[in-house]
Design a protein around this ligand. Structure first.
Ligand code: NAD
Length: 362
């Protein structure tokens, strides 16, 4: 059986923590918070990350990168961002000379993650990159290589792996309170009205589609809930609104894990779904919802419950990731984790294009 940790080790992709230099500020007395620059000031930065960065203990919002000049005074006034820490996409590379910024957080359309991760890494900044890591495994590998070469950390914004109830589910893969895991079900999606059809999530060039947007949640969940790597996949796509969706609207995928463990997964822009269930040889447990920003909770076949975490998920994620940098440790979700999901997503699309053929994963 290949455990996930072993997979990452065997793949030889994890950068040893020893390659990361001790940050300068740690050598010079009492630590200051790490400075984060948000790259892309859309929905997730504006509504979730910037507010969460007001709650973090080990990092704070210190810079912005935007292509929309009208956003600059609004963000500066709201968060007290200094003029010297405001960049656009063309001059972002000049951060190399700016010690205020320790980390760039890439919160752009999915197909832009690679380019700006590499610009950040080459400027000597640690990189936090939103999920999905990128739209091809080739891009993911280029991001990992660049961060390794520039001796900076790369971590992917899979917030669930920092969320305490989810972490309990991850521990249960090892403690097996209901015996051997036999099958799983994981579904995440929301009804996307599509608006006027112009949003990048509806277009393939920028990495749109349900699988990249929401499908990585069930995919990542069945991997973390089993602590195993899938060995084969089959998939199919349904589009009920082809005039609006040039990308996958609903994707069904089935993963086979070692020892006959099967996971049935679904992601959709046509339905509100948010459920993870794990069936074992002597019982079951489930989370509903399993990937919301708050209120992740669930129950087990023996009548016990998983109570929701009362803290802020994004603040916890960013503090965990800041601590990994400060302490020179591997992050909770390294780039290799994002790469593995995208390798599987590539096989999911390949299977769907070939009529649902089962594809072996290497
Ligand atoms: P959004 O469309 O609201 O924001 C995208 C930002 O990118 C905008 O500010 C836009 O101006 C900018 N941009 C720059 N170049 C662009 C271009 N060529 N086309 C379109 N926009 C361009 O998107 P979002 O919902 O904030 O998503 C951004 C990233 O964050 C995505 O990778 C998404 O998957 C991720 N995300 C993660 C979570 C999570 O829970 N971890 C939640 C939401 C979004």
């Amino acid at each position: 059986m290949i455990s996930r940790r072993n997979f990452i080790r065997q793949s030889g992709l994890v950068a040893a923590s020893s390659v990361f230099p001790i940050p300068e500020f740690l050598k010079s007395g009492p630590s200051r918070k790490l400075g984060v620059a948000l790259v892309g000031l859309g929905y997730y930065s504006r509504d979730l990350l910037a507010p969460a960065l007001q709650l973090t203990k080990y990092c704070e919002l210190r810079g912005i990168v935007t292509g929309t000049p009208s956003k600059i005074p609004v963000w500066q006034a709201k968060y007290g961002i200094a003029d010297r820490n405001v960049y656009n996409y063309e001059n972002m590379y000049q951060m190399v000379n700016n010690d205020d910024i320790d980390i760039v957080y890439i919160v752009l359309p999915n197909a832009m993650h690679k380019k700006y991760t590499i610009i950040g890494a080459e400027a000597g900044k640690h990189v936090w990159c939103e999920k999905p890591m990128a739209t091809t495994a080739k891009d993911c590998k280029a991001m990992i290589d660049s961060c390794r070469k520039n001796k900076v950390q790369l971590t992917i914004g899979y917030r669930m792996q920092h969320e305490p109830v989810t972490q309990e589910i991850i521990r249960m893969a090892g403690s097996r309170p209901f015996g051997r895991i036999e099958k799983l079900k994981a579904e995440a999606g929301f009804y996307n009205r599509g608006g006027d059809g112009s949003h990048w999530k509806l277009h393939p060039e920028l990495g749109g589609g349900a699988m990249f947007d929401m499908g990585v949640y069930p995919l990542n969940a069945v991997r973390y809930a089993t602590q195993m790597e899938p060995i084969s996949v089959s998939a199919r796509i349904e589009n009920s609104r082809p005039e609006l969706f040039k990308v996958d609207e609903t994707t069904f995928f089935e993963l086979e894990f070692p020892n006959g463990v099967m996971a049935k997964c679904k992601t959709s822009f046509a339905e509100n779904i948010n459920h993870l269930k794990i069936d074992c040889s002597s019982g079951w447990y489930e989370l509903r919802p399993f990937q919301s920003y708050s209120g992740v909770q669930g129950r087990t076949s023996s009548g016990s419950t998983f109570l929701p975490f009362s803290g802020n998920q994004q603040a916890k994620q960013m503090d965990d990731d800041a601590i990994a940098i400060i302490e020179n440790q591997d992050p909770v979700v390294p780039g290799e984790e994002g790469l593995r999901d995208i390798q599987i997503v590539e096989s999911i699309f390949k299977s769907a294009q070939s009529g649902g053929a089962r594809i072996l994963l290497s």
